[in-house]
Write a protein that binds this ligand. Structure first.
Ligand code: SF4
Length: 308
């Protein structure tokens, strides 16, 4: 049996957990390639027009995997625990969206469902999935705990590496973006590359201790409902004194990000901020020009501060 993992959405947050879990259970898997023109085209053809770019990309990766594996892995996540928090409804709906979109293809989907508000925890979800894969409870528990440890170790390493970057003398720009947008080679990585070409050090808000970030987000808003956005807002609080500017990156037309980014722009007045919206238009010239101007403004501002 081969599992196909779409390289999109929660893959960028959980790939170490998922891949280690499958490896420990001896289950073969493939991951769809980095997003490219063809994948985006497939996504546009299979997603409804109103979908955010990130959902279209997800559909493109699913479409790529059809006929290349036995099951496509599509987890469903609704809530992680805090009674007042949810995640964007796309993560809850994507399983049904894919199922409906490909209903004539009799698609086989492997999934787990996390909805802590309804007592569906991550552990329970993995136990159920492991049973479906034909493994016994002891095997699944062992694989899950090894995978959790691998996830924790990787996360700590990422956070520590980023801490080191905060000490260098370049301009440091905080990129506030969901990991599935900024790590995506086709739509997000050009931003990182352009900043590096401009001799800036990108600092990623999605690399921050999640629990601390959720706590810190309360300094900005106590009523934000979306867990992932709370973590990004809290990360701004964590990094803001060590960076020279902030770039908000979201995919068109993202409801949660448009509300949250507006709030960030109003509340964080002390640093220059720009808002970049990713869409499916080809070419990066417009984005590069905006980044160059932004970096110039930061440099001028720093120079005038030195002069004063
Ligand atoms: S948070 Fe925004 S970008 Fe992410 S899935 Fe939801 S609508 Fe799409």
């Amino acid at each position: 049996m081969t599992i196909g993992i779409p390289r999109a959405f929660l893959y960028y947050r959980y790939h170490v957990l998922w891949e280690t879990f499958f490896e420990e259970l001896g289950i073969d898997y493939i991951v769809s390639p980095e997003t490219n023109k063809d994948i985006l085209k497939r996504g546009n053809a299979h997603a409804i027009d109103e979908s955010c770019l990130s959902s279209k990309i997800y559909m493109g990766h699913v479409d790529y995997l059809i006929d290349k594996c036995d099951y496509i892995f599509i987890p469903r996540v609704a809530s992680f625990g805090n009674a007042k928090e949810v995640v964007c409804s796309k993560f809850q709906a994507i399983y049904d969206v894919v199922n409906n979109t490909y209903r004539e293809k009799d698609l086989k989907i492997l999934y787990y469902s996390i909805d802590v508000h309804n007592k569906e925890t991550e552990l329970k979800a993995f136990l159920k999935m492991g049973k479906f894969l034909g493994k016994n409870k002891a095997q699944v528990l062992k694989a899950y705990y090894i995978a959790k440890q691998a996830e924790k170790t990787t996360r700590l390493l990422e956070i520590n590496n980023q801490k080191l970057l905060l000490n260098n003398s370049n301009l440091k720009i905080l990129i506030v973006s969901h990991p599935y947008n900024i790590y995506d080679k086709y739509v997000g990585e050009p931003i990182i590359n352009t900043l590096k070409e401009l001799d800036c050090t990108p600092i990623l808000a999605c690399i921050a201790p999640e629990k601390l970030a959720r706590e810190k987000s309360k300094l900005i808003s106590k009523t934000l409902p979306w867990t992932f956005n709370k973590e990004l807002v809290g990360a701004i609080e964590i990094y803001k004194d060590n960076v020279d500017g902030i770039i908000l990156v979201s995919s068109f037309p993202c409801g949660p990000d448009s509300l949250v980014n507006e709030m960030i722009i109003r509340k964080f007045k002390e640093k220059p901020i720009i808002n970049l919206i990713l869409d499916d238009q080809e070419g990066t010239a417009g984005m590069e020009t905006r980044l160059e101007s932004f970096v110039d403004i930061i440099k001028l501002r720093k120079e005038s501060e030195t002069y004063e």
